[in-house]
Design a protein around this ligand. Structure first.
Ligand code: GLC
Length: 457
């Protein structure tokens, strides 16, 4: 049996590239798809920080043309052939995936064109992710022999819009330079190109799939998405349960599982000690990008009240300098209440999930969210805003606590309920155990995507 050849196109794939959930998803979904017999691979950029010695050349060097541009390029792959790297040194070889040289539109247009060329020869279905892969479907459009394209939205807030005049030099067909194509408020939107060219659209939770049909959730694209609602599917993300396994996790001081939760307390004590947090408080963790979306300002605004409660916080985040500054100021004012670590630290993230009592996710919107899934698997009770994938994965009083209004007052109320739950050990334990028992593996999603692919082939 030769499996259906699925080519994922993504600017991130863990463990090679990861700035957030996108990389995490691409690191795990294809493996789950291979388990059910699909031949799933990922096409991704080769950035400056990648280890070239671990890769094998796939083709002789060649040139890629895009409008007036011409670049030297080559392809490499991992020894198992599962990840293919597009190597365009003058464009992609940067020290961060989304460099700040201002040429991201050109970089990801060339990347998407290369993906389209490769897919023509080597794929039965193309699965494009987010705006960075958004032009792939457009480059394949109109070619009857080209594989069908599924476009996934991981976050509608990032659309990759640039000057419409660049369209010509990106070989955007004139039909796409209009409102029915990729034109968005006088600009060229990579994501909109993906949403109008792909045969099927998906996003990463059923609830988010509904929320984006109206504004403001649609970020200006609700009308288009309503028009395509019959082709739009919400498929809930999973997590990589082999990487995220509290029984074996090497980052944890003490490993534990559902049948033996005792050792977990050692992790909690270790966190309190390492960060000088007040003993006996319930420890609340946050692992997040610091952006408006994530609602960290609600925590900042509620802090004066929260320090009067039986709570302490470990906040691990990176992103918007103003938010990081405000969080760091909280740490200086209340050092034994707020530990604030402003960097990306994978190992510490694992220690937080494996030690804190609660994980707070106050997002204003959240397409899926993975942090609440890691939390549940590691026995930390999620306290989340009821939106998007958070609402789909955390049930109030059953597997966590939820609140609706994105205000400091409602956040404080939810944490007051957490403090009260902390005092009722049996109930706390029951919620914790239901969260841990929940199946968040990729198996279901892998099947759901396969059903969609089969519809197209
Ligand atoms: C984006 C979204 C997040 C989602 C992730 C993976 O980062 O903001 O909600 O979980 O993509 O799909």
């Amino acid at each position: 049996m030769t499996g259906l050849r699925v080519l994922h196109v993504s600017s991130e794939v863990a463990p090679f590239t990861k700035t957030g959930g996108l990389g995490e998803v691409l690191g795990a979904l294809p493996a789950a798809q291979r388990q059910i017999g699909l031949d799933a691979r990922v096409f991704t950029p080769l950035y400056g920080f990648h280890d070239r010695a671990a890769l094998r050349p796939l083709l002789e060097p060649f040139t890629v043309d895009l409008g007036p541009h011409r670049f030297g390029a080559r392809l490499h792959q991992t020894p198992d052939g599962r990840v293919i790297f597009a190597d365009v040194p003058s464009l992609l070889d940067r020290e961060t995936p989304y460099g700040d040289a201002g040429d991201n539109p050109l970089r990801f247009a060339v990347f998407s064109k290369l993906a389209a060329q490769y897919a023509r020869r080597c794929a039965d279905v193309v699965h494009a992710h987010d705006w960075q892969a958004g032009l792939t479907g457009m480059y394949l459009h109109g070619d009857d022999d080209a594989p069908p394209v599924v476009q996934t939205i991981h976050n509608l807030a990032y659309q990759g819009a640039c000057d419409l005049a660049l369209g010509r030099s990106f070989e955007v067909p004139s039909s796409y330079l209009t409102f029915e194509g990729a034109e968005f408020h006088g600009r060229l939107s990579f994501l909109k190109a993906g949403l109008t060219s792909a045969r099927l659209l998906t996003t990463v939770s059923p609830r988010y799939a509904r929320e984006i049909l109206d504004e403001p959730g649609g970020h200006g694209l609700a009308g288009l998405l309503r028009h395509r609602v019959a082709d739009l599917h919400g498929i809930l993300n999973g997590i990589d349960t082999s990487v995220w396994d509290p029984r074996l996790d090497p980052h944890l001081q003490a490993n534990f599982d559902l049948d033996d939760l005792g050792p977990r307390e050692r992790n909690t004590d270790e966190l309190r000690r390492a960060f000088g947090l007040r003993p006996d408080t319930a420890v609340v963790g946050i692992v997040s990008r610091a952006t408006w979306q994530k609602g960290l300002d609600l925590l900042i605004d509620g802090a004066e009240v929260l320090v009067t409660r039986n709570l302490s916080f470990v906040v691990l985040c990176d992103g918007d300098p103003d938010l990081l500054h405000a969080l760091t100021a909280l740490h200086h004012r209340f050092p034994d209440r707020f530990a604030v670590i402003t960097r990306f630290d994978e190992a510490l993230a694992h220690r937080i999930y494996g030690g804190v009592d609660f994980v707070l996710v106050p997002s204003r919107f959240e397409p899926c969210g993975l942090t609440q899934l890691f939390a549940m698997r590691y026995g930390a009770i999620p306290v989340v805003r009821e939106t998007g994938g958070l609402a789909d994965t955390v049930q109030d009083g059953d597997t966590g606590l939820t609140f609706f209004d994105p205000t400091p007052e409602h956040l404080v109320d939810a944490l007051d309920r957490a403090v009260s739950l902390y005092g009722r050990k049996d109930e706390l334990d029951a919620i914790r155990r239901r969260g841990m028992a929940k199946d968040s593996s990729w198996a279901k999603a892998a099947l759901a995507y396969e059903t969609l692919y089969r519809r197209l082939t």
